[in-house]
Write a protein that binds this ligand. Sequence first.
Ligand code: SF4
Ligand code: SF4
Ligand code: SF4
Length: 283
Amino acid sequence: MDIEKELREKAAELLTSGKVKAVVGYGAGSAPDRPRAVFVTKPEDVEKLVWNKYCFYNLTTYIIKSEVCKLGPLAVVVKGCDAKTLVVLEKESQLKREDVTAIGVTCAGVGEPTQNKCAGCDVHTPIGCDFVIGDEIENKEVSFEDKYGSLKKITEMSREERWAFWEKEFSKCIKCYACSHICPLCYCSRCIVEKNQPQWIDSSSHGKGNFAWNFTRAFHLAGRCIGCGECDRACPMDIPLNLINKQLAMEVEENFNFKPGYDINDDLAMATYKEDDEANFIK
Ligand code: SF4
Ligand code: SF4
Ligand code: SF4
């Protein structure tokens, strides 16, 4: 099946019928391996849409931005991992699912070589989309061990070694905030790093401030991060942000039996109070 052709046909159909006024998809970038986001508003422009193994971006980042919302109603092209974001955004009242048309694309993996996240993918065929384009790829369940096996190098360290590891990694951070800007779930209109009265997090790049920034961000994403890996890919200093996101995902799954982005009916792990919570963490 020619996914690109089908994608363009679906976009043309949605725009022509008036169901949507803009399609947020992938378009050709400055090089074949650098597709970028495009916002197609006319059926005659659907040829601008592309699909290939370098379509890394999680385009849901755009659909809650006010400038883009103004173009709506919107359709957005999503891979299986990206589609999970829609569930979290709806759960957190950032969008009404009925206002967005999700065009899912089946995906065997992105990157050359294929990105690490794709080895443990259980959503090759996107779930919860309005349309799915591409031949179905079986979504196989991935065991807890396989999913989090790559964390061994972190979990087997002593506390001191782990501290030293992250101290070294975070010392590279230049506070460019690319990780936050690319993340579809970092949507606060004013991030804590932008506040200067009082200034909670120093904007200059130094050891303590870098720890405060990177840990604050990671913990704010705990139980919410859907593992698209975009923050890790965007970091110009190659800080392994995926490792910290994954470790928090593992803790949340282990302790709360919760994985974000799969089912809108699941209670959010970090926003749910139950009287019978064991609350072991404060005992
Ligand atoms: S995790 Fe990889 S294989 Fe799975 S949907 Fe996302 S990009 Fe595709
Ligand atoms: S924290 Fe990183 S991996 Fe998680 S949703 Fe945001 S960009 Fe994606
Ligand atoms: S993208 Fe990397 S260097 Fe930039 S703020 Fe985030 S962690 Fe720091």
